[in-house]
Each structure stands twice: as structure tokens, then as C-alpha cells.
Write a protein that binds this ligand. Structure first.
Ligand code: DGL
Length: 261
């Protein structure tokens, strides 16, 4: 099984993209809804939580891990790779590779949680490939709660997005990375506010493409994965609101199972 984890429900955007590209592969999802958000926490805490999330999925039988959460990917990937002897794919590198090849003006914008932006991982990875790139990062801490409240189309949400994107627009970026699980749900507004000339990269899509490539190049892992097209969703807390957001993302009723870590 492919194990996917996130700080909460937002990582279902990655499951959605994976299901679109790889419908037959069994997926085991864990959302740490009891301890969400990770984006406001210290690196030490995010690392500890990410290790526990990974342990849970591996105990449940995952043979590879996909870190859907940008905050966990930017902070905990090195620790996870040191600790666990299974393939681990994170959400940052695929979006970085896409941005580096798509940016003609060499000016890239990143939006994410405070923890992701403070980690500077996107910036470091982009500059490691193309040192001449200019990278502009903008934390957007209000967007996660707005999505979780279901304010996907409200005027207030549009105004806040416009305000957050203004500094990036001024810098004349030509590529914008959506560096957070929740932002694909706001992609249309973000595209409208940043302008149609800017290529918006959905990191959940980029990650799915890299999972496909990985499976293509690693037949030993690929052949061991179950392919009954099943999905199991575990969360560390269940509320009606989490169930609603899950339904909005996956467009249908989603059965969440409660587990304690
Ligand atoms: N999943 C987180 C991310 O992609 C967003 C929510 C949170 O802050 O935990 O960064």
C-alpha cells in the first residue's frame, strides 16, 4: 500500500491527484487532525509528529510513504529518510523541478504556511538547481482556516488572497508554487489574482507525477504494492467539519476512521 500522511484533511488533495493518475493502487491515508495545524508549530514538534505519523502508516502495512504535507516535507524529510528504510517521496522537490523548468524570467513565487516559508527549503532547492533564480516567498497563514471554514468563494477570501499575492505580483514572478495542501482548493482565485501570465504549480499534481515516475523506475517496490483500488482514511480526531472538508475535496462521502497514535 501507498501510505500518505498530512497534518490533517488538506492532504486529501494529494490523494485526489494520486487517485486520478493511479486509480488501482491501494492507499492508506493518515491525517493528524487532533494536532493540526503543523504550519504554526516549531520544527522540533513537526519532526516529532511526522515520525509518529510515518510509524503509524508503516505499522498498518504501508510499503512506501508520500508526505503530502508541505510543512512536514519541508521540516522532517531528512529525519524521516534517516529513520525509515522505505521509499519516502515528499511534496517539495517535484514542484521545485517543475518551477525551475517552467520559469522563463527566472522569478518564482512560493506561498505556504509560516513554517514552510521559514524553513527556506523551496528557496534552497531552487537555487541548488539554478543559482540565478530569484525566489520570493510569502506566508499565507489565513488561507488554511478559510479553506477549513469552507469559505472557498467568499469575497473576504478573494480580498485576502489579493493582499497576500500583491508583493509577488510586484516582483513580476512568472511561476507560482502552491506550497500547501489546502491551496489547490483556491487555485482558480489564486490564478485570477496573480494574473493569467503566471504559471501556477499545484504541488499535489507535481507530487503525483513524481510518484508515477518513481513506480515506473522501481519495479521491485511497484510489484509489491496492492492494486485493488481501495482507500482507507485514518484520522486522529473526527469532527463533522473534518468530514465535510473531506467530502468537499474528494467530492463524495468519505468514511474517516478514528485512531489514537
Ligand atoms: N498541511 C499543511 C501544509 O501543507 C497545512 C495545514 C497545517 O498548517 O497543518 O503545509
Amino acid at each position: 500500500m501507498i501510505g500518505v500522511f498530512d497534518s490533517g484533511i488538506g492532504g486529501l488533495t494529494v490523494v485526489k491527484a494520486l487517485k486520478r493518475h493511479l486509480p488501482d493502487y491501494d492507499i492508506l491515508y493518515f491525517g493528524d487532525t487532533a494536532r493540526t495545524p503543523y504550519g504554526t508549530k516549531s520544527p522540533e514538534t513537526v519532526i516529532q509528529y511526522a515520525v509518529e505519523d510515518a510509524e503509524f502508516l508503516l505499522e498498518k502495512g504501508a510499503q512506501m510513504l508520500v508526505v503530502a504535507c508541505n510543512t512536514a516535507s519541508s521540516t522532517a524529510t531528512d529525519t524521516l529518510k534517516e529513520r525509515f528504510d522505505v521509499p519516502i517521496l515528499e511534496v517539495i522537490s517535484p514542484a521545485v523541478n517543475m518551477a525551475v523548468s517552467d520559469s522563463k524570467r527566472t522569478r518564482v513565487g512560493i506561498i505556504g504556511t509560516r513554517a514552510t516559508v521559514n524553513s527556506r527549503v523551496y528557496e534552497d532547492k531552487i537555487k541548488a538547481i539554478r543559482p540565478e533564480m530569484k525566489v520570493y516567498s510569502q506566508p499565507c497563514p489565513l488561507l488554511v482556516p478559510l479553506v477549513e471554514e469552507g469559505w472557498l468563494k467568499k469575497g473576504e477570501t478573494r480580498k485576502i488572497i489579493k493582499k497576500y499575492l500583491h508583493p509577488l505580483k510586484v516582483k513580476q514572478i512568472d511561476v507560482l508554487i502552491l506550497g500547501c495542501t489546502h491551496y489547490p482548493l483556491l487555485k482558480d482565485i489564486i490564478q485570477a489574482k496573480i494574473g493569467k501570465r503566471v504559471k501556477v504549480i499545484d504541488s499535489s499534481e507535481a507530487l503525483s507525477v513524481s510518484v508515477i515516475d518513481f513506480l515506473h523506475n522501481n519495479s521491485d517496490v511497484e510489484s509489491r504494492l496492492k492494486k485493488d483500488g481501495t482507500c482507507q482514511f485514518y484520522v486522529s480526531d473526527i469532527t463533522e467539519q473534518f468530514e465535510q472538508i473531506a467530502g468537499t475535496i474528494l467530492k463524495g462521502t468519505v468514511k474517516l476512521e478514528h485512531v489514537r497514535l
